[in-house]
Design a protein around this ligand. Structure first.
Ligand code: SF4
Length: 315
């Protein structure tokens, strides 16, 4: 592997893409472990306590046995942040080939469930790779020569929803949508609560849904938005979600929502698009940073929402 050439090699991209995909399927990141431990401590209902304890035990067994923590390994997806000064051997096409190959190889090696099928024929290629699969989303970072690859195995299929609100609906309208979404999915255990909820407010319809998913999957537990108005709403909705009492897997309990993360985008003056995504208790993600000298560092926090990524103004 060339060192000091300033080139991020294809081998390093593949290695990082493989490893984050493997880790994401097996090991819950530290912030999630801590959050579920705290949920267990504050849960007062016996059945909910029992299930939460089994979830925590399952996390340990998955790591000990090197096997996916849930039989449903979701839809593997990548988020890639590229430093503005980074140079990639083979360019972006080589990066995408590495990501796709890694998904196929990890599916084979650790038995990810082959979830990706043709939406009409339901034909299954058996390796989680196909038309527009896996999802790959990109962002960029100034003054950086590295590439970050984050793998997310997003479960909670049924927890995603969208609603166009009028500006007059205000915060109360957002709360109503939030509660409707919880009632629709969490109370029936369809999104496998306790969930981490991402909400995208504003932008366009597609932006609101995309931001909701990124907010659910790419911010650590307890993280608050830098805008105090948004941060206050995150705390208020977390409390409101837990007051519903739906509890773990909808059996009733004190903990339905681990955390709420909200992202905003400037929007049309006539409307407020809102997207909601639920990230289930198979809380799965892992990140690697590849440096041009060949080093690869693994970490739990994707550091996706940088000040540059959320930038305001024209700069
Ligand atoms: S929603 Fe999550 S915990 Fe439930 S089956 Fe799917 S991946 Fe597993």
């Amino acid at each position: 592997m060339p060192v000091g050439t300033g080139l991020i090699t294809q081998q390093a991209m593949y290695q990082a893409a493989y490893e984050v995909n493997r880790r994401a399927a097996i090991a819950v990141p530290k912030d999630g472990l801590l959050a579920y431990q705290k949920a267990l401590e504050r849960e007062s209902k016996p059945l909910a306590r029992f299930i939460l304890a089994q979830i925590c035990l399952n996390y340990q067994l998955a790591v000990a046995e090197g096997r996916p923590m849930c039989g449903d390994t979701g839809l593997p997806r990548y988020y890639v942040k590229i430093g503005n000064e980074a140079r990639l051997e083979g360019g972006f096409v080589a990066l995408e080939r590495a990501l796709r190959q890694a998904v196929a190889d990890v599916t084979r090696d650790i038995q990810l469930r082959a979830n990706r099928v043709h939406p009409l024929t339901r034909k299954n290629p058996g390796n989680n790779v196909g038309v527009f699969a896996p999802n790959v989303d990109y962002s960029f970072e100034p003054d950086a020569d590295w590439v970050d690859i984050t793998a997310v195995h997003k479960g909670g299929l049924f927890g995603t929803d969208y609603r166009m609100l009028f500006p007059g609906d205000g915060i109360e309208g957002i709360k109503r949508f939030f509660l409707d979404n919880l009632a629709e999915f969490a109370r029936r255990g369809l999104s496998c609560p306790p969930v981490t909820i991402g909400i995208g407010i504003g932008g366009t319809k597609d932006q609101a849904v995309r931001l909701s998913k990124e907010a659910a999957c790419l911010r650590v537990q307890g993280d608050r938005h830098p805008d105090p108005v948004v941060a206050r709403l995150e705390e208020e909705l977390t409390e409101l979600g837990n007051r519903t009492g739906f509890g773990v897997m909808g059996v009733g309990g004190d903990v339905t929502v681990l955390d709420v993360h909200i992202e905003i985008a400037y929007t049309h003056t006539g409307g407020t698009p809102v997207g909601i995504s639920q990230f289930c208790h198979a809380y799965r993600r892992a990140t690697a940073r590849i440096y041009p000298d060949g080093r690869i560092e693994y970490r739990d926090d994707p550091q996706w929402f940088t000040p540059y990524y959320r930038r305001e103004g024209i700069a």
